[in-house]
Design a protein around this ligand. Structure first.
Ligand SMILES: [Zn+2]
Ligand SMILES: [Zn+2]
Length: 430
């Protein structure tokens, strides 16, 4: 049996106090909170190096954590070890006479399977065995919590709703360009195929005039071979996310593309039962940048794999696509701003209402780990342009407290960039 430390469970009393202590004294941030109804527990996850701390708070007097606190007070509760195959691990332990609490694995958070060993069999330690869900994160300690819940943020007169079209994985080296792995792997540990987990997070902007969708994830047209290469995990996808946000495809008036790469606009079209490709949002007008359209329809060897005509040509054929230029206003308060770099005409979206500004950063800040100016993706066609834009943009975002949306960050949808003592950090908003 090969085990890896996944997390350490700690029973806590007041969550605010406990999480503030870990943040202020040890610099550990809560990246993910999960309510486990069956256990009457709220779990706060804090990545720490290659594993996590899981702070466990009782949500009812009958919770096992409430019982533990009453008997022993706050403190170490359990140690969780990840295994590749929990059934064979349990069989091996049972054969060796190790006493187990669970006869069979039961479902844990995020699709994992878990089972507990009895403390009397493990030197007084409650040990949890955990088999992480297959797909993104398999074969890797779950140090990157996958966050998928739609989040709402009022911004002046507007409402922003961040959605999720699932997760995928790309080569970590390619995602960080010239930055050595030793620097990024602590923040985003790669799996056994060197891939790091990424999300696809479209954004809904609701104004009095219209409901706008920015990007739409990769959609459901990807073939099985590509889906395996990209570790695609769409068990939860855009339709679920729209429904959770109280929306449907019919509600979208305008769909706008940051750029035309498949992981951003695959969801713009769908294949009908008769094989025909049609716009996925039946009432929507679609908007893309004129220069980006030109590049997507005249690809070269370096960008061809990212531009799949099935995602954009049917929109032009259906007469629903409008091409616009730099600084185009999509609806009042929402405009394109050219960042370039990633592609020549890559756009971020600025959203302004009542003197507050949010920016959908698309592939300019794909994740919060890409905040340092020179941490530029190897995928970028014009990396020095990315660097130049990021340098100026970061200063502006810090000074004006922009809310930044991170389309590919697996654990944070939006945050505010802060700088103190020359060190940058992102304060979570969603
Ligand atoms: Zn891209
Ligand atoms: Zn992308």
């Amino acid at each position: 049996m090969k085990v890896r430390l996944d997390h350490i469970g700690i029973a806590i009393g007041a969550a605010d106090e406990a999480t503030a202590w870990y943040r202020d004294r040890l610099g550990l941030q809560v990246t993910h909170v999960e309510q486990v109804e069956s256990q009457q527990v709220r779990a706060h996850f804090l990545p720490a190096g290659g594993a996590m701390l899981e702070l466990l708070e009782a949500t009812a007097p009958s919770s096992p954590i409430a019982g533990f606190l009453e008997k022993r007070g706050p403190g170490l509760h359990h140690v969780a070890l990840a295994v590749d195959d929990i059934h064979s691990a349990m069989a091996e332990l049972r054969a060796a006479g190790v006493r187990l609490i669970d006869d069979a694995p039961r479902p844990g958070a995020e699709g994992a399977l878990v089972a507990f060993l009895h403390p009397s069999a493990a030197g007084g330690v409650l040990v949890e065995l955990k088999q992480p869900a297959v797909g993104v994160g398999a074969g890797r300690p779950q140090t990157v919590p996958l966050f998928k819940t739609p989040g709402r943020l009022p911004l002046g007169d507007l409402e922003l709703v961040t959605l999720c079209d699932g997760f995928f994985a790309l080569d970590g080296g390619a995602m960080f360009g010239t930055v050595p792995r030793t620097l990024w792997e602590r923040s985003l540990p790669p799996d056994d195929r060197h891939r790091i987990p990424l999300s696809m997070r479209p954004l809904v902007i609701r104004t009095d005039a219209a409901t706008v969708l920015v990007d739409a994830g990769c959609g459901d047209k990807m073939d099985a071979k590509s889906a395996a290469i990209y570790g695609l995990d769409r068990r939860y996808h855009l339709d679920h996310s729209l429904a959770d946000a109280g929306l449907s495809v019919e509600d979208i008036d305008i769909v706008v593309a940051s750029h035309l790469h498949f992981d951003h606009i695959g969801g713009f079209t769908e294949r009908r039962a008769d094989g025909q490709l049609v716009p996925r949002f039946p009432r929507a007008r679609y908007v893309a940048h004129r220069g980006e359209w030109h590049d997507a329809t005249h690809p070269h060897e370096r960008n061809r794999a990212s531009y799949l005509p099935e995602n954009f040509q049917p929109l032009m054929d259906a007469g629903v696509l409008t091409l616009v230029d730099d600084e185009a206003e999509i609806v009042p308060g929402v405009r394109y701003r050219r960042s370039g770099g990633h592609t020549a005409h890559h756009q971020v979206l600025t959203i302004t209402s009542q003197a507050r500004t949010a920016v959908f950063t698309a592939d300019m800040y794909p994740t919060t780990v890409h905040i340092p100016d020179p941490w530029v993706m190897g995928y970028d066609l014009y990396p020095v342009d990315t660097l130049t834009f990021k340098r100026a943009f970061a200063r502006e975002a810090i000074a004006r407290e922009y809310v930044l949306f991170f389309e590919h960050d697996a654990s944070m949808a939006a945050g505010i960039l802060r700088e103190s003592g020359g060190k940058r950090s992102v304060e979570r908003v969603l």
